[in-house]
Design a protein around this ligand. Sequence first.
Ligand SMILES: Nc1ncnc2c1ncn2[C@@H]1O[C@H](COP(=O)(O)OP(=O)(O)O)[C@@H](O)[C@H]1O
Ligand SMILES: [Mg+2]
Length: 282
Amino acid sequence: MALPAWWQVATPHKDIREKNFSESIFAADLGDVVGGNAPAEYLDPRLFFSKTFLTEGLKKLVKNVLSRLADGHGDPVVHLQPQTPFGGGKTHSLLCLYHLGKSFLEINHLEQVKELGSFFPAFCGAKVAAFVGTSADPVAGRTPWGEIAYQLGCYDIVKEHDMRRVAPGKERIRDILKKSGPALILIDELLQYIVKASRIEKLEKITHGQTLSFLQELSEAVAVSEKCALVLALPRGFLYTLAKLLGDFQAVSSGSPQKMGKRVTRRVARKATGRAFRKLFK
Ligand SMILES: Nc1ncnc2c1ncn2[C@@H]1O[C@H](COP(=O)(O)OP(=O)(O)O)[C@@H](O)[C@H]1O
Ligand SMILES: [Mg+2]
């Protein structure tokens, strides 16, 4: 007996049945959601959760982050690993966290959200800041530190550093996190930003690698701040491109991801003691 076609056993969503469907909705874009320009499937938390399949990986991630935000347990810095070459759900996972942080009290009656939030009765949402390298403009827009502080309502703390495009340092970042209260920081497409920004840094002779210094300082500050979490999606090949950008050709030619990770970590870290930062490069 021939197998039935998939659409005979699973009813497709209305937009697909009515051929009223745009391929662009497959491109999950956190920057568009933050900017309010994304398709409703991503922008509206209810619709988003109705179309989200809670994989074991997603449940584990959410559990870790909510635990961190609710009671200070769990990993402070999470690096989302790419699972498949054609889109492994990294941005989708960040969107899930974004909606949970921002709209928890409006969506906690939904079945999916109940399941995710049931372990953390103390959780009632968090301030969320999302930096997306593809949307960010390194010439006219805010820097990663400026944008994150801005979204957490503490721009004044790094205003000068943002204007001069110089990373602010750990103490100042800790001040931001202290002032903002429970904070969830999401970073997507960082490599795109580093590529764009390193060109400007070279032209304007700003010390090369400000974004990387910031990433280290941010990771360390989040690790020692209560109820803060940082979740980053770094693409496959991130280390390779990073090493190339930093001119570390020996690391690139050695070819071993472990060696490259160690070398790049040492190259970008003023003191390579940041446990959370080193975890990024594992
Ligand atoms: N758990 C999930 N439930 C429903 N759709 C998902 C899920 N994970 C990923 N997707 C969808 O699959 C596509 C690719 O995922 P995406 O998050 O953009 O991948 P990546 O950022 O890793 O390249 C997107 O349309 C996204 O919305
Ligand atoms: Mg993505």
